[in-house]
Write a protein that binds this ligand. Structure first.
Ligand code: ITT
Length: 200
């Protein structure tokens, strides 16, 4: 989970306008759509630079958010996600980004070519940092790895991930993804937290 600490643009001071540190435009767009419904707006900061190695996506998000907050001193979010395939003992998991870059969805299909057990889950760990410290919001969605790749909407592993209760992958179900993805769940949980916070 690379996070850049090179800030060139203006940093928002409005507490309900929060930085999301990510290089992934799809991730940003999905997060923005969800948070809008809670009246929270986010500003993207490209993320390249600080990388930590960990076997936990939660730890990656937490440490990156902590380091970034030390630098920027404004409320910010760092999100780390991964695809965990049961028959591969959770692989690619924390290595999802690197594995995607190297072998893509086709590589996951090759690894599972002879496998009948195709259960998998997407997990998202969202770390929010402000003057009170770090809070973690989690989201997960269970499903199956498809037998074939279906190109369409979305990004990353969406063409091969079929959410439970559906017969098509996320790439063919953008509205479903917007409601029940790992990211939708983690950001909705953060949105509810912000709503409560604003009423205090
Ligand atoms: P940042 O670290 O800059 O935020 P990233 O794309 O590297 O962007 P992650 O490390 O969180 O983001 O994601 C790991 C990989 O998991 C990423 O390369 C995607 O291919 C995949 N991934 C994450 N969320 C996904 C989603 O909603 N749908 C499909 N693939 C996803």
């Amino acid at each position: 989970m690379p996070v850049s600490l090179r800030v060139k643009n203006r940093i928002p001071q409005n507490p309900r306008r929060i930085l999301l540190l990510t290089s992934n435009l799809h991730k940003f767009a999905e997060a923005q759509t969800i948070l809008k419904t809670f009246g929270v707006s986010i500003v993207r900061k490209p993320a390249k630079g600080i990388e930590i190695q960990s076997d936990s996506i939660e730890e990656v998000a937490r440490v990156c958010a902590k380091n970034a907050y030390r630098r920027f001193r404004v409320p910010l979010l760092v999100e780390d996600s991964g695809l965990f395939v049961q028959s591969l003992r959770g692989f690619p998991g924390v290595y999802s980004s690197a594995i995607y870059d190297q072998v893509g969805c086709a590589g996951i299909l090759r690894l599972l070519a002879q496998e009948r057990q195709r259960s998998a889950k997407f997990v998202c760990a969202l770390a929010y940092a402000d003057k009170n410290g770090i809070r973690i919001f989690r989201g997960a969605v269970r499903g199956q790895i498809a037998r074939r790749l279906v190109r369409g909407a979305g990004f990353g592993y969406d063409p091969v991930f079929i959410p439970s209760g559906y017969s098509k992958p996320f790439s063919a179900l953008p509205k479903v993804k917007a409601k029940l993805s790992h990211r939708a769940r983690a950001f909705a949980s953060f949105g509810r937290f912000m709503e409560k916070k604003s009423k205090r």
